[in-house]
Write a protein that binds this ligand. Structure first.
Ligand code: ADP
Ligand code: ADP
Length: 230
């Protein structure tokens, strides 16, 4: 079953002439782990914004084709409605923090959606990212790597099928980066999409790599067959 499907998707940002995405087509199966790479400006973040519904609902612009996530056409559901289907983690966790303590932060999204069993959700999510012992700490006392795990846990608490991560480790040192990628093994029953412009080390969990250039997919292959890593 496809968890994410791009069907001939083209997209132009408001007041731009050049397409940020050009006839992009790909499918991601349930449980698959996909690494999306390509140089800056190639369209990677635009794909992430389209999957979580920010495009077209918050950043309007001109979207052609269809993006289907867990059976829902993103055109027809709100970003809020998609939150239990797809979670996301961006580069700067702090810009995603609204509260003070780890448990408050992790419960916030699930609470806002009116989901049940908040305590259980928080506990499970913190377990998955290995931060049970930081449950009552202030998020602002955590290391950068721990903050990024909190950001991930807050998405996991909404039990999404798909997790989109856009350059989640670009502010982390090599040790924290390894650490972050390692906890992804705890999530391998989910559909994982990781965006990173660095291809010199695709984390082992990602079996498949898509390479973007100028808004187009130029390669879609097994990660072990990826040619010309820079
Ligand atoms: P990244 O390469 O990490 O995706 P960018 O440097 O492309 O980030 O973009 C950083 C921010 O600037 C994003 O919020 C993006 O939406 C915005 N942005 C990028 N290009 C433009 C542009 N041509 N006009 C307006 N905003 C832009
Ligand atoms: P990447 O994530 O690979 O760096 P992006 O998806 O951010 O690439 O950008 C793809 C293209 O869209 C680039 O030309 C970029 O300048 C443009 N772009 C990105 N965000 C915006 C935005 N908010 N407004 C206008 N143009 C944007």
């Amino acid at each position: 079953m496809d968890m994410v499907s791009f069907d001939d998707v083209s997209y132009t940002y408001p007041n731009q002439k050049e397409n940020a995405l050009k006839e992009v087509t790909f499918q991601v199966k349930k449980g698959e782990s996909l690494f999306i790479t390509g140089k800056s400006g190639s369209g990677k973040s635009t794909i992430a914004r389209a999957i979580i519904g920010i495009i077209p609902h918050i950043i309007k612009g001109n979207l052609e084709g269809n993006v289907i996530v867990n059976g829902k056409n993103t055109r027809n559901v709100t970003v809020r409605k998609l939150a239990t289907d797809v979670g996301y983690v961006f580069q700067n966790p702090e810009s995603q923090f609204f509260t003070l303590t780890v448990d408050q932060e992790v419960s916030l999204g699930a609470e806002n959606l009116g989901l049940d069993e908040i305590d259980k959700r928080v506990e499970k999510a913190l377990q998955l990212v290995g931060l049970e012992d930081k449950r009552y700490e202030s998020v602002f006392n955590l290391s950068e790597g721990e903050k990024q795990k909190v950001a991930l846990a807050s998405q996991l608490a909404m039990s999404p099928e798909v997790i989109v991560m856009d350059e989640p480790t670009s502010n982390l040192d090599p040790k924290a980066t390894d650490d972050f990628f390692n906890i992804l093994w705890n999530l391998r029953d989910k559909t994982l999409i990781l965006i990173d412009h660095r291809t010199y080390r695709v984390p082992e969990i990602f079996e498949r790599v898509i390479v973007m250039d100028s808004g187009m997919i130029v390669e879609d292959t097994d990660s072990e067959k990826l040619l010309d890593p820079d």
